[in-house]
Design a protein around this ligand. Structure first.
Ligand code: SF4
Ligand code: SF4
Length: 488
């Protein structure tokens, strides 16, 4: 390695920052310019669909029968249940939510490998709400130049009025957003009816205020800083890219050497970029994509629309900034044919894992038991020796009936000959089985004493089964436990 190379890699301690110098760059406010085009239209479409789904979501009804909530999407904190149309998740089944998150993550990997940062640029809630807030800002304060001028202008009635109106509208949207989120945690119509007459709990008002504040700060003030500094996704999403992933890039080979356009100039003697800066002005994160791929670029493709409008003006081919793969860009540079390669080893891998996880989730959801059994053996004392020498163990037997109808079962023991049982309040001493009933949607808790003649025990600890039989269907549910006796 040359000495110069080594020197270039060796960090040289610089002068310590003086008191006035900051280690951090000042935040430069971005006044993004509006633009029309294909990707802008796609972004509006995504925004309307997603906001529509979000605000309408809590009002969709789903009939689950008498006594059950009829809200299609509901996280019922008091009833400790989550409802998603026909699917009902109990707290014990929270792993299904984990499965859904895993499914979402792999889906995101696949989409990123295929279409780049389409999630960030078009569908991420931060992007959607920021877009909405910027639209309001433009309506009230005007487009980029008017906003820059207004920000620089001294305080006046006009400035105060516009700022107050903008922040008022932002707060209104933030309140609608935070309020709508709360509607997913209770009956939407009831909450809406009670909210404005002071009939809701302090928790509802508190969380609405919290989510309102969060939306206002993140979409109104923090904006691109959330994407650049707070979100972890941009930091590792490049691992999902390959040369066939669709990304937003500047075709340097075509655009350079860039220069301002002089009337009558021949483009064959220069690059196609007229250095108008429109691509930077429309960028919501302030990126100059001509400097290459950057983490701050969220892939919204507004710069593609901007540059295409300039190319149209100069009657040059569109696509100087393009939403395409690197391999196609290279092919174009060489004058070769381009092609969209969606099926590749990594997309096959992601799609396969996605399909497997989805299949496991669907199968386990559709075949899951609506009954859960939990057995706890008494530990103090471990066993009791009765006056006739028989040994008795105590158990707490819990049956969780997840169905909406009362269930009737018979309970018996298996594995130890001569064992009898006594379920407190249900069956007499010396019975061989007991009839249990569990109300809908509840946990039935039973105290069970099992008695075994001492001579029937071959060891200090003997395996034993509790067998619960559904009287209606005949389905048997066996659960293992142990029976403890004295050492032989
Ligand atoms: S550089 Fe282009 S694609 Fe990237 S964030 Fe800016 S406008 Fe969107
Ligand atoms: S919009 Fe196009 S022509 Fe204008 S500066 Fe950007 S890349 Fe160059």
């Amino acid at each position: 390695m040359a000495e110069g190379d080594l020197a270039a890699q060796t960090p040289v301690p610089g002068p310590a920052p003086t008191k006035k110098e900051s280690l951090y760059a000042d935040h430069v406010k971005i006044h993004s310019r509006s633009i029309k085009g294909t990707f802008r239209s796609l972004k509006w479409a995504a925004l309307y669909v997603l906001l529509g789904l979000y605000y309408i979501g809590p009002f969709i009804r789903w009939d689950r029968g008498p006594g059950a909530p009829d809200q299609a999407l509901l996280i019922d904190m008091t009833g400790r249940r989550a409802y998603f149309f026909m699917i009902e998740i109990w707290p014990q089944e929270v792993y299904y939510l984990t499965g859904l998150l895993i499914l979402g993550a792999i889906g995101l990997f696949l989409v990123t490998a295929l279409f780049g940062r389409v999630w960030c640029g078009f569908t991420c809630p931060q992007t959607v709400w920021t877009d909405l807030f910027i639209r309001v800002e433009r309506l009230v304060e005007g487009d980029r130049n008017a906003r820059i001028k207004l920000d620089k202008a001294p305080l006046s009635l006009n400035k105060i009025g516009r700022k107050l109106l903008k922040h008022g509208l932002w707060l209104l949207i933030a309140f609608a957003t935070g309020g709508a989120w709360i509607l997913y945690f209770g009956d939407a119509f009831e909450i809406l009816g009670d909210f404005f007459v002071g009939g809701e709990s302090p928790t509802v008002y508190g969380f609405t205020a919290l989510f309102t504040g969060t939306t206002y700060v993140l979409a109104g003030w923090a904006r691109e800083q959330v994407c650049i500094y707070m979100c972890p996704w941009p930091r590792f999403q490049s691992a999902m890219f390959d040369e066939h992933s669709m990304i937003v890039t500047y075709e340097e080979w075509r655009g350079e050497p860039r220069a301002k356009y002089k009337r009558g100039e021949d483009f064959s003697q220069r690059g196609d970029c007229v250095d108008c800066g429109l691509c930077v002005q429309v960028c919501p994160t302030g990126v100059d994509i001509r400097k290459g791929q950057q983490m701050a670029c969220i892939g919204c493709a507004l710069c593609v629309d901007a540059c295409n409008s300039i190319m149209d003006r100069y009657k040059l081919p569109r696509g100087l900034i393009t939403y395409d793969s690197i391999s196609n860009q290279v092919a174009r540079e060489k004058g070769e044919a381009t092609k969209l390669r969606l099926i590749r080893p990594r997309t096959i891998l992601y799609a396969t894992v996605l399909a497997i996880v989805a299949a496991v989730l669907v199968v386990s959801l559709s075949s899951r038991s609506r009954l859960e059994i939990n057995i706890q053996r008494d530990r103090a004392p471990l066993f009791v020796t009765l006056s006739d020498g028989d040994i008795r163990n105590g158990y707490t037997y819990k049956v969780l009936n997840m169905e909406r109808a009362e269930k009737h079962y018979t309970l018996r023991t298996a594995g130890i000959p001569g064992a009898t049982m006594h379920v407190i309040g249900v069956s007499p001493e010396g019975a061989t089985q007991a009839d249990l009933s569990v109300k809908p949607d509840t946990v039935g808790t039973f105290k069970v004493y099992v008695t075994v003649p001492r001579g029937n025990l071959q060891a200090k600890s003997t395996e034993m089964n509790f067998v619960l039989t559904d009287k209606e269907t005949g389905d048997e549910h066996g659960h293992e436990t142990v029976f403890i006796g004295p050492a032989r």
